[in-house]
Design a protein around this ligand. Structure first.
Ligand SMILES: Cc1cc2nc3c(=O)[nH]c(=O)nc-3n(C[C@H](O)[C@H](O)[C@H](O)COP(=O)(O)OP(=O)(O)OC[C@H]3O[C@@H](n4cnc5c(N)ncnc54)[C@H](O)[C@@H]3O)c2cc1C
Length: 357
C-alpha cells in the first residue's frame, strides 16, 4: 500500500493544478490518473512536421476567464485569437441551399493556446516530480479508515489523510464505490450533474492550403442539417499548418469512423467542392466512447445541470474527501476556467485548515 498525506484522483487540468499549487507545502501528495496520458478532457492530437495539433477536447477561452488567463501568462504560454472571418456558411434547413451570412463583430473574442491546449497540461506537469504522478492507475473504491481514506485501485491501493477527487461528479458516482456511502442528497445530486461536453464528437481535417479563406466562402460553418453542426478554421499558432475543426452531431456516435468521415466530407463538398478530398489527415474523437470521461446517464440531464452546486464546496467523509473538478466550481463550471477555480478552492481550503485531518 502506498501512503501519502494527500491523494489527488484524476490528472486533468483540475488535478494537475491542485498538485501544482500544493508543491510549495510540506504535504506529501500523489496524483493518480487512469489513462496513459494526462489532460483528461484536454487533448490535442500530437503534431509533426505535416500536421498541426487538433483539439479533440477544450479549445477556447475568453477574457472573462481571468484565472486561466493569469495562469497562461505566469507559465509563459502563447495565446492567439480564433479566426472566424467576416462571414459564415449557414445552413438552416435541408430543403434550402446554404447561405453566406455576415458575422457580427465580436465584443468578447475567443482565444486558443499556442501549440495546442495540451501545452498547458505539459507545462504544468513539467513543474511536478514525475515520481508523484502515477499513470494507468484507476480508482475503483474509496473506503473510510480511522486515520484517513483507503483508495482502491486494481494496480495497488493507496492510503491518504485527505483525498481529492477531480472526476466529473457523475463519473465519480457511477464508477467509484464509496464506503460508507455518501449522504443520499449528495449522491442524488452527483447522479444529476452533467459532465460538460461529454456527449461531443469532434473531428479535424488537415489541408496543405486554407481554401476556405478565399473570397465568397468561409471556414466558419453553422448547420442545422449536419452531421457537422459547427466548424472553424483550426490552423496553428504560426499559421503555417492549415486545418478545419468541428463538431459532429452526437447522434452519429453509432457509426464507424469511416462512415462518419464519409458523411463529413459529403457535407463539406457541398460548401467547397472536391477540394475537400485533398485532406492530408482526418482525426476524430467520440467522447461517449471514453469511459474515463463519460458514463451513460440513468435519467436525462440537461447541459450544465447542477454544475457549480454549492454542495460541492463542502467536505465529506469526516473532512477526508473533497469533490473537486470543473463541474463543481462556483464560477464557470464545466470550463477550463472552472477547473482552475476548483483547484484554487482546494488549495485555499488546505491552506486555511492547515491540518488535513
Ligand atoms: C469536446 C470538448 C470540448 C471542450 N471545449 C472546451 C472549450 O472550448 N473551452 C473550455 O473552457 N472548456 C472546454 N471543454 C471542457 C474542459 O475540457 C473541461 O472543463 C476541463 O478540461 C475539465 O478538467 P477536469 O480536470 O476538471 O476534468 P477532466 O479533464 O475530466 O479530468 C478528470 C481526469 O480524471 C481521470 N479519471 C477518470 N476516472 C478516473 C479514475 N477512476 N481513477 C483515476 N483517474 C480517473 C480522467 O482520465 C481525467 O484525466 C471541452 C470538453 C470537451 C470534452
Amino acid at each position: 500500500m502506498k501512503r501519502c498525506d494527500i491523494l489527488i484522483i484524476g490528472g486533468g487540468l483540475t488535478g494537475l493544478m491542485v498538485k501544482h499549487l500544493l508543491r510549495k507545502t510540506t504535504f506529501k501528495s500523489i496524483l493518480i490518473e487512469g489513462r496513459e496520458r494526462l489532460g483528461g478532457r484536454i487533448y490535442s492530437t500530437p503534431s509533426d512536421a505535416q500536421n498541426p495539433p487538433i483539439e479533440m477536447g477544450a479549445t477556447w477561452w475568453g477574457p472573462k476567464h481571468t484565472r486561466l488567463k493569469a495562469l497562461l501568462k505566469t507559465l509563459d504560454i502563447p495565446v492567439f485569437p480564433q479566426q472566424l472571418g467576416e462571414q459564415a456558411i449557414y445552413e438552416p434547413i435541408s430543403t434550402s441551399p446554404f447561405q453566406l451570412v455576415t458575422l457580427p463583430e465580436e465584443d468578447q473574442p475567443s482565444f486558443r493556446i499556442g501549440g495546442g491546449t495540451s501545452t498547458l497540461i505539459r507545462t504544468l506537469a513539467a513543474t511536478l516530480p514525475t515520481a508523484e504522478i502515477h499513470l494507468k492507475t484507476r480508482a475503483t473504491g474509496i473506503a473510510e479508515r480511522a486515520d484517513g481514506l483507503r483508495v482502491e485501485c486494481p494496480e495497488g491501493d493507496y492510503h491518504a489523510r485527505l483525498v481529492i477527487s477531480t472526476l466529473p461528479p457523475y463519473l465519480l458516482a457511477k464508477t467509484v464505490n464509496i464506503t460508507p456511502p455518501l449522504p443520499t442528497n449528495l449522491s442524488e445530486l452527483m447522479e444529476q450533474t452533467h459532465t460538460w461536453m461529454g456527449e461531443s464528437i469532434k473531428f479535424g481535417l488537415v489541408y496543405d492550403r486554407p481554401f476556405w479563406r478565399e473570397a465568397r466562402t468561409s471556414g466558419t460553418v453553422f448547420s442545422n442539417v449536419g452531421p457537422v453542426t459547427e466548424m472553424y478554421d483550426h490552423s496553428d499558432f504560426e499559421d503555417n499548418h492549415f486545418a478545419l475543426k468541428g463538431f459532429i452531431s452526437s447522434s452519429f456516435y453509432t457509426l464507424s469512423e469511416t462512415e462518419r468521415r464519409t458523411r463529413v466530407l459529403r457535407q463539406l463538398r457541398g460548401y467547397y467542392g472536391d477540394v475537400v478530398d485533398t485532406y492530408r489527415t482526418y482525426r476524430e474523437k467520440v467522447w461517449t466512447r471514453d469511459p474515463l470521461t463519460y458514463a451513460p446517464y440513468d435519467k436525462p440531464v440537461f447541459p450544465h445541470q447542477n454544475n457549480g452546486n454549492s454542495h460541492y464546496q463542502k467536505t465529506w467523509l469526516g473532512g477526508k474527501l473533497l469533490i473537486a473538478g470543473s463541474e463543481t466550481a462556483s464560477l464557470f463550471p464545466g470550463y477550463m476556467e472552472g477547473a482552475v477555480q476548483s483547484a484554487k478552492w482546494v488549495a485555499e481550503f488546505i491552506e486555511k485548515t492547515n491540518n488535513i485531518i
